[in-house]
Design a protein around this ligand. Structure first.
Ligand code: NAD
Length: 523
């Protein structure tokens, strides 16, 4: 994490703040620091990005792919350094940093480099040759322009690349604002991108929400925002006022439903990982778990045992900062005060910003820990009697990012999962598809709108263009001036020829009408 300082002793440049690195595992300064970007500089940065993007878009797709391939290679060559920064800046256990951010990034590049030719290939529009002789019409995806990429801190390496890679392949420029809580990972990413990419193609700006606001005010062509619901609402309003298309990937309160026939070994291990990986600081963390009453006690006991066995630091990192810690603990304390039972965890350890994995039962339905995003290693487990009841409870939230259903009868589990109102559903798994270039990551309701990944994500980074090329060389079209009887005769003939349900006699009658019209018109 980091802290922002306006102390003149720490601030190097007038009008900026100094971001000072803090290790969340200890709460101590790391010695790393950087200046934030001056908000007034953003309009010049966006203008320069537009020039760089326009030039880059002129290169053919193979040339753009070569640049993106070189970027992927350069980033993965720094994998050790990236893992180390993720560990020091956010306290991520190294196993987590490598699997969730680095391995996935290699896959992300592979996916887009392999898929992009097909995804950007022109799409022919079928034309009726009688009505439109000699014409060719097709659709193509054009770069949208400058993409403003405003990012959170929880996956600060992989998450920006989920947009940067397809954006560049499509011929865009990007202005990237890392979170003020993960500036060092952002700076490392910027260092590699600056070394490999054409100047100005991806510009990294540092700072908090004020720099984010200034970036949108500088009028990029697209805003891609990932973050909290509260900031997302402000971003949506600002972008709407400027008529800038915007995608919002926001928070959630994802549910898991454990069916009575679930493979308990897998469901327990999966839910424990789903709730506690990244210290619960994942937009798709399992934050509510509904378990059939026939297996409820066993499930709670086994999850509690597994949660207690997790090692702080090695398996579960710290929360990002003091504010995150207080928010999580506040929800747990309020639930306890309202009668919830705490099976394990339930209080900060006192070391850095660690919060131990916490399992709750008997949580009142209106408790914040069941209603609001927790973003910490806290799992409320609730019993249900009928599947309808479980689905209704899971859907009783304004959020809708992911949901999972666990059961051995796959057809049954899939049918239940389809009833969840969310953008990504899992059967016997959870959370992990976000970094996949080929999968769509998208929410419903308060989890936002827009898509990351897949052809649908690419559509959000491009604009569709219809191209029409006429090869006839004729003097004029049938629908151009002059309007006269032969035009009407020809039109009537064409309709008779093509009309659904027309008899053979009617179609035959259409031929001379169309021909006479054509001859009279062009004789
Ligand atoms: P945040 O909203 O505090 O900040 C996100 C980014 O927005 C930061 O870069 C911040 O500086 C910037 N920002 C804040 N206010 C702004 C404004 N008014 N205008 C422009 N930019 C502004 O979120 P966070 O704490 O960094 O991230 C955690 C949140 O992100 C959680 O709610 C989590 O669920 C969500 N998240 C969602 C996804 C997803 O894919 N749906 C993925 C990761 C994180």
């Amino acid at each position: 994490m980091s802290r922002m300082s306006t102390d003149p002793a720490e601030t190097a440049t007038a009008g900026t703040c100094r971001i000072v690195g803090v290790n969340p595992a200890t709460g101590e300064d790391t010695g790393w620091s950087a200046d934030t970007t001056r908000p007034e500089a953003l309009s010049g940065i966006v203008a320069a990005a537009r020039v760089a993007g326009t030039e880059f878009a002129k290169r053919d797709l193979d040339a753009r792919k070569a640049v993106v391939r070189a970027l992927g290679a350069a980033l993965l060559a720094r994998a050790d350094a990236i893992g180390a920064v993720l560990h020091e800046e956010l306290g991520k256990p190294l196993g987590e940093a490598w699997t969730s951010e680095i391995v996935t990034t290699g896959e992300l590049f592979d996916h887009w480099l392999g898929a992009i030719d097909d995804l950007l290939a022109p799409i022919d529009v079928a034309l009726n040759p009688l009505n439109y002789p000699g014409k060719q019409v097709w659709l193509e995806l054009d770069a949208i322009g400058v993409v403003a990429l405003i990012m959170p801190w929880n996956y600060p390496f992989n998450l920006p690349l989920r947009t940067i890679v397809p954006a560049l392949l499509a011929g865009n420029a990007v202005v990237f604002k890392p979170s003020e809580h993960a500036p060092r990972t952002g700076a490392l990413l910027a260092e590699v991108m600056n070394a490999v990419l054409p100047a100005g193609l991806v510009t990294t700006v540092q700072g908090d929400g004020r720099v984010g606001e200034a970036l949108i005010a500088a009028h990029p062509d697209k805003v891609v925002f990932t973050g909290s619901l509260s900031a997302g609402r402000k971003v949506a309003v600002q972008a709407a006022q400027l008529l800038i298309p915007c995608s919002l990937e926001l928070g959630s309160k994802d549910a898991a439903i454990i069916l009575p026939d679930a493979n308990l070994d897998r469901a327990v291990a999966g839910v424990v990982w789903g709730a506690f990986h990244n210290a619960g600081q994942d937009c798709a963390s399992i934050e509510r778990c509904y378990v059939h009453r026939s297996i409820y006690d066993t499930f709670v006991e086994r999850v509690t045992t597994a949660a207690r066995a997790l090692r702080l630091g090695d398996d579960v990192g710290p929360l990002v900062n003091e504010a995150g810690l207080q928010k999580v603990h506040g929800q747990v304390q309020a639930a306890r005060a309202a009668g919830a039972t705490i099976h394990c965890g339930g209080a900060p350890t006192g070391a850095g910003y660690y919060y131990p994995p916490t399992v709750l039962t008997a949580v009142p339905a209106d408790a914040a820990v069941l209603v609001e995003e927790t973003f910490g290693p806290v799992l409320p487990i609730l019993p249900y009697d009928t599947v309808e009841e479980a689905v209704a409870a899971a859907n009783n939230t304004p959020f809708g990012l992911c949901g999972s259903v666990w059961g051995k009868d796959l057809a049954r589990a899939e049918a239940v999962a389809r009833q969840l109102r969310c953008g990504v559903i899992f059967v016997n798994n959870c959370c992990f598809t976000g970094p996949m270039g080929g999968a769509a990551w998208t929410g419903r309701g308060d989890s936002g709108y827009g898509v990351t990944g897949s052809r649908f994500g690419l559509e959000g980074l491009t604009v569709v263009r219809t191209v029409c090329v006429d090869r006839t060389g004729q003097k004029r079209e049938m629908w151009w001036y002059p309007y006269n009887d032969s035009l009407v005769s020809m039109a009537r003939g064409l309709v008779e020829l093509g009309r659904d349900g027309a008899s053979i006699a009617e179609r035959v009658r259409g031929i001379p009408l169309a021909l006479t019209g054509l001859l009279n018109r062009w004789k």
